[in-house]
Design a protein around this ligand. Structure first.
Ligand code: MG
Length: 460
């Protein structure tokens, strides 16, 4: 219990803001001033945690139209509301055999009556800010905001805010102008991707150097680490020390007997702490929290659960499987039930990522006002997407469009192409058709185009 509560009363996990927003790859600006690229799997409203059978089925079938993902409109488009995930998630098509083969081996008493296999979720604390502070030590202790070109008069969003800035209500995804208003004394810094990528690589190399560790990278500042350990808290502490020694950066570590529990535990340990969440403590810690405290459950799914009388995690855990399946379909329904119990995959998987899609988006300094302006902008984005996709040697089979109308109304739509293509014009035209189908004349603040590729040979 001491380890469990070692940082005092846990705060509510901030899962939702991570999985269902434009910054769902935590602390990565998706709306920075410059166009940003994202390599991503499709992860709409419900970002299915890795390893569930449902996520494996969903991803491997490349069917983005999960019942949880959005509603098909009359044009056959699927609207995902404001969710546009740039989360990098590795493929999970192999999760089912892996899971069933090893079921019961993890997080349960072994031959000597002790749990020996653990999942650690390692998450860097205020990653971009922390990296910046290494080269600007004079800013330590000040409210620091990393975003866009570091100019709060420009259109861009907060990529990461320091804890000092967060105390003023500045959060990832917030417009820089609003951040400036909430915290006028904050220091604004530009996003510097190469530096963060290098830091991320050092972090991951350190994790992989842990003896016996199986590392599954979840984003550039977080990873699951599977380890055998009698004392997982000691193991977590030693990983924190190793990462600090190698990079000068602090991380928090969630410890669990499943990936879901480890992931959720991390937020209770932040910053610089550890937190243990297991089958035995799950209900005590999570039971009375709203379902939106779960990894991947955002306000939309939360509202749909509430509509069938499920408000808390305990409600969800106890829900009849049939009721969930009726409301969400077999895959997502089963997944949500499992999520309520903190279940799912218990072994990180280190097979390399295979990209599902490439996306590009741009926030415009002045709004686009005519369909021609929008079309020209889409053509530019489509060309960049095709450049990225060609490197994968796989063609695009679905086109996703993201539009943010002024002042800040975001919509995404997706359409399957008649046949896979590398043709920029086809991508542009499809994205433009999706835009026109929105039938919305408001000025456009941001556009994003994402090309979802055909499966690689042999599937994901
Ligand atoms: Mg982090």
């Amino acid at each position: 219990m001491r380890a469990l509560w070692q940082r005092g009363r846990p705060r509510a996990p901030e899962i939702q803001s991570r999985t269902c927003s434009s910054t769902s790859w935590p602390e990565v600006p998706s709306s920075a001033l410059e166009s940003t690229s994202s390599v991503s799997t499709v992860s709409p409203t419900v970002a299915l945690p890795p390893g569930s059978a449902s996520s494996a089925r969903w991803r491997s079938s490349s069917d983005t139209r999960s019942p949880a993902a959005g509603k098909a409109d009359s044009s056959g488009c699927v609207a995902y509301g404001s969710c546009w995930s740039s989360l990098i998630v590795r493929p999970y098509a192999d999760a089912v055999p892996l899971r069933s083969a090893r079921r019961g081996a993890v997080g349960r008493p072994g031959h000597n009556g002790r749990v020996t296999h653990w999942v650690l979720h390692v998450d860097m604390d205020q990653f971009l800010v922390a990296v910046e502070l290494l080269r600007r030590p004079e800013l330590v202790g000040l409210p620091v905001v990393v975003g866009g070109r570091g100019d709060p008069t420009e259109r861009a969003v907060v990529s990461t805010a320091s804890y000092e800035a967060r105390a003023h209500g500045v959060r990832s995804g917030l417009a820089l102008k609003l951040a400036k208003r909430r915290c006028p004394e904050a220091v604004f810094l530009p996003v510097d991707f190469p530096v963060y990528e290098a830091a991320s690589a050092r972090v991951m190399a350190t994790l992989r150097a842990t003896p016996g560790a199986v590392v599954e990278v979840l984003g550039w500042d977080e990873a699951f680490v599977g380890i055998e350990a009698d004392d997982p808290v000691a193991a977590a502490r030693s990983i924190q020390a190793a990462v600090l020694a190698a990079t000068g950066l602090h991380c928090s570590v969630g410890i669990g007997d499943t990936l879901v529990r480890a992931k959720i535990a991390t937020d209770f340990g932040k910053p610089q702490g550890t937190f243990v969440l297991t089958r035995d403590t799950w209900m005590e810690v999570m039971g009375e929290r709203p379902t939106t405290a779960l990894w991947g459950v955002g306000t939309r799914i939360g509202a749909r659960l509430e509509a069938i009388g499920i408000r808390t995690v305990a409600d969800l855990a106890a829900a009849e499987a049939d009721a969930l399946v009726a409301a969400f379909g077999p895959a997502t329904g089963a997944h949500l039930g499992r999520l309520g119990r903190g279940g799912g995959r218990s072994r990180p998987d280190d097979t390399p990522w295979v990209a599902r899609a490439h996306g590009r988006e741009t926030t415009y300094q002045s709004d686009l006002r005519t369909p021609d302006e929008v079309r020209a902008a889409l053509a530019e984005l489509a060309a960049r997407v095709i450049d990225d996709v060609r490197k994968e040697e796989r063609m695009v089979q679905r086109v996703h469009l993201k539009v943010r109308f002024a002042p800040f109304f975001t919509f995404t739509k997706v359409r399957k192409l008649k046949e896979p293509t590398w043709d920029v014009e086809v991508i542009t035209q499809t994205a433009h058709d999706l835009y026109l189908a929105l039938d919305d004349q408001r000025p456009v603040r941001l556009l994003g185009v994402r090309g979802e590729m055909v499966e690689p040979e042999g599937g994901y």
